[in-house]
Design a protein around this ligand. Structure first.
Ligand code: G6P
Length: 491
């Protein structure tokens, strides 16, 4: 809070994202709140709670059909409001083309190397343009000052920075791209590459998780637009203005608010084992994600299979508890991912399971953040085997959950988090045998070594927490605003 107030004392803050931080669903005639399984929401919500402002997002809950119109603006969080949620309503056609189509069948596979072919339809693009325009209009309508700080989130809104810039030329637009940015060859298959790059360059600051993704972006600009790139300062100068392109590795709240109400670690373990009917002696690994093909869930199951084949001592004494929230279920690639993983888990369980014990427990449903924390605290080991991931906040949440300084993290080298959490057991998820060996080493690791590694990772995440992430971007923004004010005095 202080940083925002010190550096940008009068700034009005507006966030734009597709996903809303609180989803209102109707269950048994009552409105029930759900907090989505989204890295973006996990990261940004504490910032908004701390600094206030307006968060503009797509109203997506099942209760919203009855809430349209009269409930555009909601004070949130519901129990102690300190910012406003402004919902934008989309038609089914808009949602299909913009969210399922262009964003998730086009941009998502385009940016992730997961070997799912991106699909680009002209009709999806039309909806994507229209929805970006609709959200840009909402930003302009909500802005009470000519120079707000607008925090634009992710691949749903590549065009919005430019659209807002046209109407609010003085705004400080900070866009954060939460997923990887591909190399120029890969990016070149997008039929609207120039439009997407130009749209993003409406931003004052464009952030990625890693330097590697910044360089891929700059290379793409170099290849497809006629702009001047100042590589020394990582700045792109276009006809409309300049954009600073920088890495800001995203993080989480430290300590996570939900940790305050967690029982001690032993209790969590007891509760979880009991809840899932697992024997008291099992060593427990957990995996937590959306059921997405980028997360390498089947590869992780294959690693469990390989562990049991090569280290049969673990048969009967090790279980992977995998919770996976179904996501984007209308898309074939997601249905196939889930079906494949469920079939594989069944086969492995049939092959190795005995006397009421199973190596894999797969729960395909959404879990609220408190329940996820309990799982992390109950586990001996957490497995993150993404095939490609911008950051992966699950890795950081696991570390934050372990205030007992125990627990082993097995982490994919293709997740941005592996650039920071160096004391994890870093694995290549395409190398099943090596992943099995990492599982074996993690489960066999002496307590002292576990503690040393966990302590170092906790030091890093506690320091580079979510306020540090936002703080560095806001500091860069504040410098930019001051510089512009000085330039004006000279003129
Ligand atoms: C990724 C994206 C986020 C998104 C999340 C959940 O982490 O980077 O922007 O919030 O997936 O996806 P969903 O489609 O459910 O919002």
């Amino acid at each position: 809070r202080s940083l925002l107030r010190d550096e940008l004392p009068d700034a009005e803050v507006l966030v734009v994202s597709n996903r809303e931080p609180y989803i209102h669903n109707m269950e048994d005639g009552r409105v029930v709140l759900q907090r989505p399984a989204s890295g973006l929401v996990t990261a940004l919500e504490p910032i908004m709670r701390a600094c206030g402002g307006t968060w503009i997002a797509h109203g997506s809950g099942s209760a919203d059909t009855v809430m349209v119109d009269e409930r555009d603006h909601l004070p949130v969080p519901p129990d102690s409001p300190n910012y406003t949620l402004r919902r934008v309503w989309l038609t089914d056609e808009e949602q299909d083309g913009y969210y399922y189509g262009l964003a998730n069948e086009g941009m998502w596979p385009l940016c992730h190397i997961a070997f799912v072919r991106p699909v680009f339809r002209a009709s999806d693009w039309e909806q994507y343009v229209a929805v970006n325009r609709k959200f840009a209009a909402a930003v302009v309508a909500e802005a009470q000052t000519p120079n707000p700080v607008v925090l634009v989130q992710d691949y749903h809104f590549a065009l919005l920075p430019q659209m807002v810039r046209e109407q609010l030329p003085e705004a400080t637009i900070i866009t954060f791209w939460h997923i990887p940015w591909p190399n120029p060859e890969m990016f070149s298959i997008c039929p609207w590459k120039e439009e997407i790059l130009t749209g993003l360059l409406g931003s004052s600051i464009l952030g990625f998780h890693t330097q590697f993704h910044c360089l891929n972006f700059l290379e793409s600009v170099d290849r497809f637009l006629a702009c001047h790139i100042d590589r020394e300062h990582s700045v792109v100068r276009g006809t409309e203005g300049t954009t600073l392109v920088r890495p800001y590795p995203i993080s989480i709240e430290w300590p996570p608010a939900a940790l305050a109400t967690q029982p001690p670690v032993n209790q969590c373990r007891e509760d979880v084992l009991k809840h899932y009917g697992l024997p008291a002696h099992v060593r427990l690994a957990v995996g937590v994600e959306r059921f997405d093909y980028t997360k390498g869930i089947s590869d992780r199951f294959r690693a469990v299979q390989s562990l049991l084949e090569h280290h049969p001592d673990w048969i009967g004494s090790f279980t992977l508890l995998q919770v996976a929230a179904p996501t984007r279920g209308r898309l074939a690639a997601y249905q196939i991912t889930q079906e494949e993983a469920e079939t594989l888990a069944r086969e492995i369980n049939e092959r190795f399971g005995r006397d009421g014990w199973h190596p894999i427990v797969l729960i395909a449903r959404h879990h609220e953040p408190e329940d996820v924390l309990t799982l992390f605290r109950a586990a001996d080991l957490c497995m993150v085997s993404s095939l490609h991931d911008g950051m992966n906040l699950v890795a950081k949440e696991f570390v934050a959950a372990r205030d007992d300084e125990d627990g082993v993290l097995v982490l994919s080298t293709f997740a941005g988090a592996s650039r920071e959490l160096l004391e994890a057991l870093i694995v290549n998820p395409y190398d099943i045998r090596a992943m099995a060996e990492a599982l074996h080493s993690g489960l066999s690791m002496p307590p002292e070594q576990r503690r040393e590694r966990m302590k170092l990772m906790r030091d890093l995440v506690s320091e580079h927490n979510i306020h540090y992430w936002a703080g560095r971007m806001l500091l860069d923004a504040a410098r930019m605003r001051k510089r512009r004010a000085i330039e004006r005095q000279i003129v």
